[in-house]
Design a protein around this ligand. Structure first.
Ligand SMILES: Nc1ncnc2c1ncn2[C@@H]1O[C@H](COP(=O)(O)OP(=O)(O)O)[C@@H](O)[C@H]1O
Ligand SMILES: [Mg+2]
Length: 175
């Protein structure tokens, strides 16, 4: 069994017990900020973007797939849920802030200025959706299981910020 598997198992056990992973604070090595319109065409763009950025950390194929999937879920939520038709097109914006530190901890903050979420805890429950039959209500659970940390901050009528954190390429974390 590799060190990675052992560490991952320990981390999962810790998560199951309701604990948060203690993440080491460390110097930011590289960062990128970008904003783009909340259009469905840009979901694929966000995947390509995080893929290129994370490539600097020499990720495994699995790590790359995981972070791309999590980012895609967060960006899709901004596209689908954040803005209704009353918002002018030019104000339908998604901001993405990506950075990583010396411990290979990759962070991605995805922000919209949309309607916000009334009850974040409820919204994060598996199968909860306000999107009707087209949606699965599994976006947040997927983001949670494919990353090491998920944080959601939302203010009604102001917007939502989802922060995804994932160690890439090594398992240098404290639990
Ligand atoms: N950026 C957002 N702005 C407003 N509401 C959101 C946003 N992201 C998620 N939500 C709310 O949280 C619910 C759950 O999201 P999610 O787990 O991704 O499932 P789904 O997208 O399939 O509905 C959504 O149905 C929506 O009500
Ligand atoms: Mg979703």
């Amino acid at each position: 069994m590799s060190i990675k598997t052992t560490a991952m198992t320990a981390k999962l056990k810790f998560k199951e017990k309701g604990g948060d992973i203690k993440m080491k604070k460390s110097r930011v090595v590289n960062s990128l900020k970008i904003q783009f319109p909340a259009k469905s065409a840009n979901e694929a763009f966000s995947r390509a973007l995080i893929s290129s950025f994370a490539a600097q950390l020499d990720p495994t194929v699995e790590e790359l797939c995981d972070i791309k999937t999590a980012v895609s879920e967060a960006v899709t939520n901004c596209i689908v849920h954040a803005y209704d038709d009353s918002v002018p097109e030019k104000k339908k914006i998604i901001k993405m802030h990506c950075f990583y530190d010396e411990n290979n901890l990759l962070s991605v903050k995805i922000t919209d200025n949309g309607r916000g979420i009334e009850d974040v805890k409820k919204a994060m429950e598996p199968l909860y959706t306000t999107g009707g039959e087209d949606r699965s209500g599994m976006g947040f659970p997927i983001m949670q299981s494919f990353t090491d940390e998920l944080k959601v901050k939302s203010v009604l009528y102001k917007g939502t910020t989802v922060t995804l954190k994932k160690y890439i390429g090594k398992t240098n974390y404290d639990i």
